[in-house]
Design a protein around this ligand. Sequence first.
Ligand code: SF4
Length: 58
Amino acid sequence: MTVTISDDCIACGACESICDAVFSIEDKAVVNDGAVADNVDGVKEAADACPVGAIVVE
Ligand code: SF4
């Protein structure tokens, strides 16, 4: 599973609140790729919660 953040990110912090093992906020959200495999449910929940649909899960 690959997780990327699109330029639509508004750095709202929701994804970090839901799954801070994977997401952290700098100018926009950044992904800790090494933590994705152990946090699949959290990643999916964050992607669903993102207000601008910026979390792309492939
Ligand atoms: S929830 Fe979406 S808009 Fe908010 S910081 Fe995360 S990726 Fe960006």
